[in-house]
Design a protein. Structure first.
Length: 110
């Protein structure tokens, strides 16, 4: 189980008091160049633990996580699970593909 920022904080004398409020939290990276790899054919690993290998799979996860929970790995830390803004978005396959196409435009080649 990856306790994220909370694990780091609890080992810090200065910040240990903030550890419990930050268990399982991870920095969310920018979407800039999210579809680019260092070379052709390179398989990227997405999410903090590398569980997803392509953008469509991530979009499908956020779209159907709560509607089809048996399809996806369980959360490592349930307390941080966002149940209000994702998990059952009701996107069609075409809309999922459009989200991925948009994310691929966020590339500046650097």
């Amino acid at each position: 189980m990856d306790e994220g920022l909370g694990a780091f904080l609890k080992d810090s004398e200065k910040w240990a008091e903030h550890a419990e409020d930050n268990i399982g939290k991870h920095k969310v990276p920018t979407l800039r160049n999210v579809a680019l790899g260092p070379r052709p054919g390179f398989v990227k690993a997405y999410m903090h633990n590398g569980v997803f290998k392509d953008l469509l799979e991530i979009v499908q996860f956020y779209n159907t996580r709560d509607a089809d929970p048996g399809k996806w790995p369980p959360p490592e830390i349930k307390i941080n699970l966002n149940l209000d803004e994702m998990g059952d978005l009701k996107l069609t396959p075409e809309e999922e593909a459009a989200v991925v196409a948009f994310m691929k435009t966020l590339s500046d080649k650097f």
